[in-house]
Design a protein around this ligand. Structure first.
Ligand SMILES: [Zn+2]
Ligand SMILES: [Zn+2]
Length: 256
């Protein structure tokens, strides 16, 4: 009887210790989250496999803020041809149908640095996209949304090159499906400011157009870089206005 009691007491002590440790850990996490003003600050120890697809000449990609974020530095100069390189550049091509803007890429500063969550905060809240860079494409250049200045993209559609991009006053950027690296397929397109990757119009591994996308073009499922599945966006398979092509991403972000 006495022995049994002793055993019970030991067991209770052990349980108390376990509960205490769990409590100590979670309260510690709570205070870190408060410091960062972020609910989700999961630490990762290596870059997501999808980053291996990015143009390594243009980009420098590394973990930052103790592994809670990823920083992407890019020259903004893509690894494909366009009229916007300007005559004389090796990657310049003549595009007579494009109403070019006055700027050319090789004389503009296209450099951009973004820092995104290493693990997107998928807590159900959404954030609208804004003008300027909303993400970085695998080519190294910027992704913009469906707006040009303060109006709809239609106004500027004539200046878009063969791969859905142009230069406004600032950096070279894609508005429409960047067919130079994603043309009606499941290829990786890039990463958006909320830390969520965006893929082409078709799903992996079915190669069909996904039918379960949310308003942002996102869903949970396998990707070529994560067979176990994760939340990711697709270019939505709906032709935009009179462009004959597809907006890369309109928003809202789901991962902020
Ligand atoms: Zn634009
Ligand atoms: Zn998918």
């Amino acid at each position: 009887m006495r022995n049994l009691l002793k055993k019970r007491t030991l067991l209770e002590c052990y349980l108390f210790l376990v509960v205490f440790m769990i409590f100590a850990c979670s309260s510690n996490e709570g205070s870190e989250a408060e410091d960062d003003e972020s609910i989700n600050d999961e630490v990762v120890t290596e870059l997501h496999a999808a980053f291996s697809e990015f143009n390594s000449v243009a980009t420098d990609i590394y973990l930052s803020n103790n592994g809670t974020t990823v920083t992407i530095e890019t020259t903004g100069l893509p690894d494909h041809e366009t009229v916007y390189w300007g005559e004389g550049n090796d990657l310049y091509i003549d595009e007579p149908g494009v109403a070019t803007t006055p700027s050319i890429m090789s004389s503009n500063n296209n450099a951009v640095t973004i820092t995104v969550d290493a693990t997107p905060d998928l807590d159900g809240s959404t954030v609208s996209t804004q003008l300027n860079t909303i993400g970085i494409a695998v080519s190294g250049a910027s992704i913009f949304n469906d707006q040009e200045g303060n109006g709809a993209l239609d106004q500027a559609a004539a200046s878009l090159d063969w791969t859905g991009a142009h230069i406004g006053p600032g950096v070279y950027h894609y508005h429409l499906e960047p067919v130079a690296f994603s043309n009606d397929d499941d290829n990786l397109v890039g990463i958006l400011l909320d830390g969520v990757f965006i893929y082409g119009r078709r799903d992996y591994p079915s190669n069909e157009y996904p039918t379960d996308l949310d308003a942002s073009g996102g869903h949970f499922g396998p990707t070529p870089h994560n067979p176990d599945g994760e939340y990711h966006y697709h270019i939505i398979n709906e032709v935009y206005s009179t462009t004959g092509s597809y907006v890369v991403f309109e928003g809202p972000y789901q991962g902020y």
